[in-house]
Structures are given as C-alpha cells and as structure tokens.
Design a protein around this ligand. Structure first.
Ligand code: TYM
Length: 333
C-alpha cells in the first residue's frame, strides 16, 4: 500500500536547523519517493495558541511555504496548504475534543513546558493543541507522520483518540491510527548555548539556533560562539553521554553529512574543538546557504507562493471535507 504522509509546521517566523534536521530533511526524502502521497500543512491555527502578531502571520505562512520549497519539497508532487483555509480541521478538532480525556491532555509535557509556571494564564487553545493536531492527521487517513522527537507524545495521543472514537461509536477502523516516523538519531537538535535544551524558535537568544535564513557570516559566528566544554574532542561515543554540547554538535555534523555518530567521533577524536568547529561551519554553510538564498528569492514571489497554497487548499479540502462529513454523520449530526 502507498504510504500516506502528513506533517505540519507552525508559521512562527524563521524556521531553524532543528526544524530542518528533525523534520524538513525527512519530508524531502519522503516527497522524492513516488510510492508516497505527501501532505505538508502550514499549521496557522496552532500558531495563534500563543500571543502572535496578526500583521506578520500572512508573511510567516508564506515564509514557511518558501522554506518547504527551498529545502527541496516539490509542490507539484506534494500537497502544501495552510490549515485555517480548510474548515474541517477546526470542526474535527471540536468533535475530537469531546472524545479526548482531560487526564490524557494533563500528561502532555510540551504544554507544561510552553505554559511554564503560570499555566492558569495559558490559552485553552495551547492546552487542547494536541487534539487539533490529531484532527489534522486523522482527516487524511494518514499512515505515517514524520516529526522530530518532541512530537512523539502528541502522536501517541493521536492514536489513543482515534481508537477511542472508533470504539465509542462502534466504527471499527474509521479513524486510522498513524505510525510516527521519527529518525533514530538526531531527532532532537539542542540549543547551541545549552546542550540540555531543545533548539527552539521561542528561545530569546538568536545565538542559540541556526536559522534557515542565516547568512554565511552569521552561521560561522554562531558556531564559533557555540558552547563546548574544556576537554578535547571525545574519543568514543560512550564519552558523549556526559558531554551534551559535544554530542549535539557532533550530531548536527553527522546528520548534515549523512554519517553515523561513531564515524564523526572517530574522525575528530582527541582534536581541538576549534578544528572541528571550522569543519562544522563549512558543512553548515554549504548546506544552509543555498536554502537561505532560495528562501529569500522565493519570499519576493508572493503571487507564486499564494498560488501554491490555493492549489493545496483545494486538494486538501477535497479529502478532508469527505472525512468530516462522515465523522459528523457518525456522531449523529
Ligand atoms: P513545530 O512547528 O514546533 O516544529 C515543526 C517540526 O520540527 C520539529 N522540531 C525539531 N526537531 C528536532 N530538533 C528540534 N530542536 C526541533 N524543533 C522542532 C518538530 O518535531 C516538528 O516535526 N505540533 C507541531 C505541528 C503540527 C503537526 C501536525 C505535526 C501540527 N499538526 C500534524 C505533525 C502532524 C509543531 O508545533 O511543530
């Protein structure tokens, strides 16, 4: 059977190296395999679960589309669309929020992290965000969902919601529980300033991440300033357990180079960090600069980006509107 691939990315400004290595790089490989039907969604409904700038949202959506294409996704092969333009996502999220249990959502670690200490002041949207994510996936009978490691728990919740819906309404296999596609290695890229923290858009310091739109000089500077430890480069993979910054930088190097962590460790074993950092910068510049240039070019082609979304919305709507119609009938509307 063909794989039905679905994934989403929030349009919250610049995408970063974590998004690229954890998700986009995988999207491109899946897009290139003719046996797959791929749908990539710009999840703008998710983007308003935290405070956002309305005037910037449209351009952030376009920039996310530009980043998809610049990374190598072919809009003629894959459906690219934005979530808020397909009403079934909001409708499906409501129905599924009546199936999901509070106890399940209370366990979501990402909500706890994002809401921080003052969770009473977090929006209800931020809390129920994984239910909307489940609707995204289930509306398309998706079989596989490529994501970074941080989305694993949300996918488990999606499977639970699908199974409970089917059981509650006696509709065996109506909602299809999807398989996560999470790379075994390098599926969690960490901050350049703290090897124990995830690389993220919400981190205040721009030095903590490489943005896909960074210029060559910015990349070199960020790697130069990236946190390391005082020891020489590790001698074996075992040593990395105690050295999170070295592990992260070697992970980034390996992922970009399509090599194993072991090979990278052996290559730089016992050398100085500065020597390794020079090679890492060079590799990053070679991989990221062409993407960065292409994003900047595409962003000026507003009409082209809008036409991709329009086409994607039409195609996505065809699939999702059928599913939501059946879902509404099942619950008795
Ligand atoms: P978002 O927008 O936060 O991130 C998009 C993708 O990038 C991955 N990612 C990372 N991977 C490795 N290391 C990191 N530091 C890192 N940071 C981000 C994420 O795992 C994700 O794959 N809820 C989702 C979007 C979403 C979705 C969906 C995904 C909405 N509906 C349906 C899949 C299917 C999110 O906020 O991703």
């Amino acid at each position: 059977m063909d794989k039905k691939i679905f994934s989403g990315v929030q349009p919250t400004g610049n995408l970063h190296l974590g998004n690229y290595l954890g998700a986009l790089k995988n999207f491109v490989e899946l897009n290139n395999d003719d046996a797959n039907q791929c749908i990539f969604c710009v999840v703008d409904l998710h983007a308003i679960t935290v405070k956002h700038e309305p005037n910037e949202l449209k351009n952030n959506i376009r920039e996310t589309v530009a980043s998809f294409i610049a990374s190598g996704i072919n809009p003629k092969k894959s459906i690219i669309f934005n979530q808020s333009s397909v009403a079934a996502h909001s409708e499906g999220a409501w129905i599924l929020s009546c199936v999901a249990r509070m106890g399940w959502l209370n366990r979501m670690t990402q909500f706890k992290e994002k809401a921080g200490k003052d969770k009473e002041k977090a929006s209800i949207g931020l809390y129920s965000y994984p239910v909307l994510m489940a609707a995204d996936i289930l509306l398309y009978d998706s079989t596989h969902v490529p994501v970074g490691d941080d989305q694993k728990q949300h996918l488990e919740l999606c499977r639970d919601i699908a199974q409970k819906f089917n059981k509650d309404f006696g509709v065996n296999d109506f909602l299809k529980a999807p398989e996560p596609l999470i790379q075994k290695e390098f599926s969690r890229i960490m901050s350049l300033k703290d090897g124990l923290k995830k690389m993220s858009k919400s981190e205040l310091s721009d030095l903590s991440r490489i943005n896909l739109t960074d210029e060559k000089d910015q990349i070199i500077n960020k790697i130069k300033k990236a946190k390391t430890d005082p020891l020489p480069m590790p001698k074996d993979v075992q040593e990395l357990k105690e050295r999170p910054e070295a592990q992260n930088l070697l992970g980034i190097y390996s992922s970009l180079n399509n090599s194993s962590l072991e090979n990278s460790v052996n290559k730089f074993s016992g050398k100085n960090f500065s020597e390794f950092k020079d090679e890492l910068s060079e590799l990053l510049v070679n991989k990221i600069s062409p993407i960065s240039k292409e994003i900047k070019k595409l962003i000026k082609e507003q009409a082209y980006l809008d036409s991709i979304l329009l086409d994607g919305v039409e195609k996505a709507n065809k699939i999702a509107s059928k599913k939501i119609k059946n879902m509404k009938e099942i619950v008795g509307f």
